[in-house]
Write a protein of this length. Structure first.
Length: 257
């Protein structure tokens, strides 16, 4: 296996990022899954960080899809996935056309905005406003949310808020929402393998690094399940989103300065 000459700080940041992603998926939903790329991008290029994380996320998705197999809404997946595919394609083009510094700025902005979204509950408020309408959001709105989710997920593995605005506005059963989320992001992650492969983000170095850290994927998911009844969701997300916000600010600073 070939490993690039990473800065020493990369290793603890990568361990922290992968464990927090696994804990989030295993015990607290996928809310903090977008932390991994911004955190790792502090010391390596964002496309490289995204390429390392994608195979690990795909491994985590296997556990989630198995746990919720057959319990998702095919109707909602048919609405969300076409937009997501377009978003993934556009995100792939952005990785191929924009400079590393511009990608760093975009990832930093996504991180800061998603942290603010969590603290201010913007997606939750948007979903609640939509539930007040006489009719639920239509197919076009669902496709648009799928598009933005696919786009931000491709750039930073952070597609939760656009998905949440749509899915929570439908007043679905909690288990149905979680299962549909697992299926939607699982399918999206495997679809992202296509542009990542053609852009060279799944090169020998990134795959070797992903393999090195792969044992952390099931460990993180198991820790999430273990911590689920031992610490509050609020406490976990306070720490996670503070790290996300600070990482985003650092990336913006590095890109601008």
């Amino acid at each position: 296996m070939f490993f690039p000459d990473y800065p020493l700080a990369f290793y603890p940041l990568a361990v922290l990022a992968i464990l927090l992603s696994g804990i989030s998926k295993g015990g607290f939903g996928a809310g903090a899954g977008g932390l991994s790329v911004p955190l790792m991008s502090i010391v390596i290029a964002p496309p490289e960080a995204a390429g390392i994380m994608l195979p690990i996320l795909c491994a985590m998705d296997i556990f989630g899809i198995h746990a919720y197999r057959g319990r998702w809404s095919l109707e909602q997946l048919k609405i969300l996935l076409p937009g997501s595919i377009l978003g993934i394609a556009l995100g792939g083009l952005a990785f191929g056309m924009l400079s590393v510094n511009m990608i760093r700025l975009i990832v930093g902005l996504i991180a800061v905005l998603f942290a603010l979204n969590k603290w201010l509950d913007l997606s939750g408020r948007g979903a609640r406003l939509l539930t007040l309408r006489p009719r639920p959001p239509g197919r076009l709105f669902g496709m648009a949310c799928g598009f933005f989710s696919g786009l931000t997920s491709t750039l930073a593995h952070a597609g939760g808020p656009p998905f949440a605005v749509y899915i929570y506005s439908l007043k679905l059963d909690k288990t149905l929402i979680v299962a549909t989320s697992v299926a939607f992001f699982g399918i999206g992650n495997y679809l992202k393998l296509i542009p990542y492969f053609f852009l060279g983000q799944l090169n020998t170095a990134n795959l070797s690094t992903a393999l090195l850290f792969s044992p952390l994927a099931p460990l993180g998911v198991w820790l999430g399940i273990w911590l689920h009844k031992r610490i509050s969701e609020a406490a976990f997300f306070q720490v996670s989103y503070l790290l996300l916000f600070l990482s985003g600010l650092k990336l913006i600073y590095d890109a601008v300065v």
